[in-house]
Ligand binder design. Structure first.
Ligand SMILES: [Zn+2]
Length: 231
């Protein structure tokens, strides 16, 4: 402290104190401005199963860059971190502009399962044919209700593709048997977030299908009513 005062040799002690006080005030004000600026570049996020936090969105232009930052904030691998909109069943693609999310209060995140094969054991000693990839391999496979086999990762990707494609049903590609949602969730080892997201997306697809079916029936019944009774 003594050396600081000596730096202002010849200046009354009181003046030094004021000078120091002003500098300190300026430093705090300047830090606060930096903090505000930094806060402006942060956004709240929450995972579908309830984890909350803040993530930098500084210089983020596309969803892929946002996933990079979220993976740091969540200490998760990028391949397991997805940006979604639960109530609409949207999973954002990497190339989607970040501007689509900028006005949202919170980023919705789905954390995937990184080790989907754990806990899945192939029944029988012989390697089974994967009904989705159509290949045989020594990897662990799930036995589906229709008695066909598939790897959890292949089943997950197949389920994801079907649901995001708007399908209200997921069927075995070999025998056309219906695979129920509960079977898809269990046998593809979905994470809690994936269960919430794909469950909701499937529900939306089912509702959309019902509405479309209803509209088609309505149109058909109108046409039937238009046919003159004497025909
Ligand atoms: Zn089958």
């Amino acid at each position: 402290m003594q050396s600081t005062i000596n730096d202002f040799s010849g200046t009354p002690h009181r003046a030094v104190t004021i000078e120091k006080g002003t500098k300190e005030a300026n430093r705090i004000t300047s830090e606060r401005a930096d903090d505000d600026e930094e806060n402006d570049k942060m956004m709240d996020f929450r995972t579908l199963s309830g984890l909350q936090g803040r993530c930098s969105v500084k210089n983020v232009t596309v969803i892929s860059e946002l996933r990079d930052n979220l993976s740091i904030a969540l200490s998760e691998k990028k391949q397991n971190v997805w940006v979604v909109q639960e109530d609409k069943g949207i999973l954002y693609k990497d190339e989607t502009p970040f501007t689509e999310l900028e006005n949202r209060k919170q980023i919705e995140v789905m954390i995937g399962n990184s080790e989907r094969s754990v806990g899945r054991i192939c029944e029988g000693k012989e390697p089974k044919l994967d009904v989705i990839s159509n290949s045989t391999g020594a990897s662990q496979k799930s036995r589906m209700s229709c008695k066909h086999f598939t790897e959890p990762e292949n089943l997950f990707n197949y389920t994801k593709e079907n649901i995001l494609g708007g399908n209200a049903e997921v069927k075995c590609p070999k025998c056309d048997a219906l695979w129920e949602m509960v079977e898809l969730v269990t046998k593809s080892n979905m994470s809690p977030d994936e269960q919430i997201f794909f469950g909701k997306a499937m529900f939306i697809n089912t509702q959309t299908k019902k509405t479309l079916t209803h509209l088609v029936h309505k149109e058909l019944s109108k046409k039937i009513l238009l046919i003159p009774s004497y025909i």
